[in-house]
Design a protein around this ligand. Structure first.
Ligand code: PEP
Ligand code: MG
Length: 754
């Protein structure tokens, strides 16, 4: 039989219908609300490959070294070609289409892979195979084959090879189920996923469950105490997007959530009660805690999947452990992200969801949060390590933790939801892992200032200056200890965002003098520490969303894309009544004798921006002939227009490669989903930099880099060869950059005399 109806399927049919099919059959049998459907059995897949005679070639292609990624890719491609290009035997085709007709032909269905070894206690294949939503008509046949082919994704082949799981014993069934056009959906853990306590946890978002399962949206979180029968905790998330069926094409699409529903609670108390009742029935049926996918449409709740909870002890983690044990890492990998600040450290988790919870972070704890904010810096300093859900290598969390010398893993997606208070974990800020337990290497006490002090008695003398970046004035001492030739970028954002009020509100409440003085204090600390070495201070560049949580933030405009919005010089020129106080702070510093302070303008595009800023500087009493000032090159426009800006008298142009990369490649620097595409060494970015340096040299304008990429040896090599005037690196990279610059300079000298 090519297909089996879910009504007729039981747990014992696992070999025929796979883990997912068996579980849906069981739930249907237990009288739980499961959307109707059928399963294209594993036998059908097996008959397909055997009768078409592609089986031998298919399995032979799998004989590869799993560590050889090119071979793995080739094996996967061969399998896909074989399966997708072999036509269906006519009777199988007819049988599937007939079942589809019976389901009410023309309806939208979900097509879901169900591998026969999936969800077994000794194998965790879950999530390795494909699911297709909103499929209709003959397209179903294609999707079934694509599910079969997904048994041979690179990840699946790798997994089986590493687990010594023969490729030819795993079969795949495909569940075809009436599509639930969910208004809301999510997942539910019938007991606490880490501790097993009788606490039911529900995650819920608008639209189809894909958004929650894939981590595209931060869902609401509800905790229900099953012992006392009460909703214990409700955390409503900002649900920016949802997945829905496009009414025109029928495809699943991601759309923005309407403004009034974004921060609205998804589940009512009654709906929670209903889910709790169903969750209890599922758990009773299986006699073990379950992880359930659910959906609600027209007030009816549906169960879409149920699996035993294996969070702590699953095989995937074991595999990770094996993979990394050679490197000395042990313990189960709980979650992964980007290694943003190096070092391995262990401690107790403290999840911070609100600013008023910062006190719970003590010395040596691991601070876990969605995204760090300037107000969190004191807690970040106490923390032994930092883990965030969001953010890339140039996010606030990454920049500040590096400056503080605190190991950090950013962009984990769900760290603040998966890790729990008091849990002991080890974070590895190089590899980007968070593992269970305390597995850090024994290390002498951490001395952030001493660590960065040059170890050789004399720091390498280089013609290209090597400077340092500072984002929080408190890091000044550590930054100066590096022996850097100055500060290539002092960001003003931190000083302003820690005021607790937007600049406008602060000035209104406390007066312009107070605002100016707060800026003077922040800059002075760094200028003093480095005097007479130059300190390049950048005027304010905070996107509007960072102001939102502050007093006065309610007056900020709502922008769809704050990164492309009202920030940097754009805002300053539009609001000269606020900008003038920043400029007045510079003037005060000059009057106090800090002639090492330089002024840098962020996010300029062209000479017009420079002309306007120059005028305001002069109005503020800054002698633009005497003082050093310049621009950041952060947009392709500014790189292309640098000649015109040079003609306006800038002293320097500094590459902000964090932004230059994001705007050149159209890759949001803070979006962990595209972090692998954020490449500062992309030829397009390098081309812009190269041309800018050449133009600036012709006009006697100094060039510099102050983006994160200035700490990368490959970038350093490129820039020195192109003739950049200075490189500004992260505190912990200064020493290496000094040596790298010296090496390249000596090489260039040697090359010229040989
Ligand atoms: C940059 O864009 O590279 C930069 C240094 O500025 P910021 O990190 O503030 O974006
Ligand atoms: Mg920038």
């Amino acid at each position: 039989m090519g297909v089996l109806w879910l009504d007729d399927v039981r747990a014992a049919d696992l070999e025929t219908v796979g883990g997912k099919g068996a579980s849906l059959g069981e739930l249907t049998e237990a009288g739980l609300p499961v959307p109707p459907g059928f399963v294209v059995t594993a036998g059908t897949y097996r008959a397909f490959i055997e009768e078409a005679g592609i089986d031998e070639e298919l399995f032979a292609a799998m004989d590869v070294d799993p560590e050889d990624s090119a071979a793995l890719k080739q094996a996967s491609e061969t399998a896909h070609e074989l399966i997708l290009e072999t036509p269906f035997p006519e009777e199988v085709r007819q049988e599937i289409l007939a079942a589809y007709e019976e389901l009410g032909g023309g309806t939208f269905v979900a097509v879901r892979s169900s591998a026969t070894a999936e969800d077994l206690p000794d194998a965790s294949f879950a999530g390795q195979q494909e699911t297709y939503l909103n499929v209709r008509g003959e397209k179903l046949l294609e999707r079934v084959k694509e599910c079969w082919a997904s048994l041979f994704s690179q990840r699946a082949i790798y997994y089986r090879e590493r687990k010594d799981f023969p490729h030819d014993v795993v079969d795949i069934a495909v569940v075809v189920q009436e599509m639930v056009d969910a208004e809301k959906s999510g997942v539910m853990f019938t007991s606490h996923p880490s501790t097993g306590e009788p606490r039911l946890i529900i995650e819920a978002a608008w639209g189809l469950g894909e958004a929650v399962v894939s981590g595209t949206v931060s869902p609401d979180n509800y905790v229900y105490d099953r012992k006392n029968g009460v909703v214990e905790e409700v955390t409503v998330a900002d649900k920016k997007v949802q997945m829905i069926k496009d009414p025109e094409s029928g495809e699943t699409v991601e759309v923005e959530v309407e403004e009034d529903r974004r921060n609205a609670r998804v589940l009512s108390d009654e709906e929670i009660e209903e889910l709790v009742t169903l969750g209890g029935r599922v758990e009773d049926h299986y006699d073990s805690p379950q992880d359930v996918e659910w959906a609600i449409v027209d007030g009816d709740v549906y169960m879409l999947q149920s699996r035993p909870i294996t969070t702590i002890d699953d095989d995937e983690a074991e595999l990770e452990e094996e993979r990394e044990s050679e490197n000395g890492e042990s313990g189960d990998v709980l979650i992964r992200g980007l290694g943003a600040s190096p070092g391995v450290v262990a401690g107790e988790v403290r999840v911070v969801t609100e600013l008023d919870q910062l006190d719970k972070v003590d010395d040596g704890d691991i601070l876990v949060t969605e995204m760090t904010m300037p107000d969190m810096v004191p807690a970040m300093k106490r923390a032994a390590g930092i883990v965030t859900d969001e953010g890339g290598m140039t996010s606030h969390a990454a920049i500040v933790s590096r400056e503080l010398g605190v190991p950090a893993v950013v962009g984990t997606g769900s760290g603040s939801r998966e890790l729990v208070d008091g849990q002991v974990v080890t974070i590895d800020g190089d590899r980007g892992t968070v593992t269970e337990g305390r597995t850090e290497p024994a290390e002498p006490d951490h001395e952030p200032v001493e660590e960065v002090r040059p170890k050789t008695p004399v720091k390498p003398m280089t013609a290209t200056e090597v400077k340092v970046n500072v984002s929080i004035p408190e890091a000044a001492e550590r930054a100066a200890a590096t022996g850097a030739d100055g500060v290539g970028l002092l960001r003003m954002e931190h000083m302003v965002l820690t005021l607790g009020k937007t600049p406008e509100r602060y000035i209104q409440d406390e007066g312009p003098e107070a605002y100016q003085d707060r800026l003077v204090e922040g800059i002075q600390g760094v200028a003093e520490e480095f005097y007479p070495r130059p300190v390049r201070v950048r005027t304010l560049d905070a996107p509007t969303d960072e102001f939102r949580s502050m007093d006065g933030g309610e007056d900020e405009p709502t922008e769809h894309n704050p990164m492309l919005g009202w920030r940097g010089i754009r805002r300053s020129l539009d609001k000269p009544d606020v900008f003038q106080h920043e400029l007045a702070a510079f003037r005060k510093l000059y009057d106090m004798g800090y002639d090492n302070v330089e002024l840098m303008l962020p996010l300029v595009n062209d000479a017009e921006d420079v002309i306007q800023a120059k005028k305001l500087m002069q109005e503020a009493g800054i002698d633009i002939e005497k003082r050093k000032w310049g621009v950041m090159v952060e947009t392709p426009a500014s790189a292309i227009m640098v000649e015109e800006m040079a003609e306006e008298g800038i002293d320097f142009a500094s590459f902000g490669t964090n932004d230059l990369t994001q705007y050149t490649l159209a890759v949001d620097r803070n979006n962990e989903h595209v972090a692998d595409r954020f490449d500062e060494l992309h030829p397009a970015v390098l081309e812009l930099i190269k041309d800018t340096i050449a133009t600036c040299r012709e006009h006697d304008v100094d060039t510099s880099i102050c983006g994160q990429a200035g700490s990368k040896p490959e970038m350093v090599d490129f820039l020195v060869e192109e003739g950049i005037s200075s490189i500004s690196a992260n505190i912990d990279a200064v020493r290496d950059v000094q040596h790298e610059v010296k090496r390249v300079e000596q090489q260039l000298i040697l090359d010229s005399v040989r």
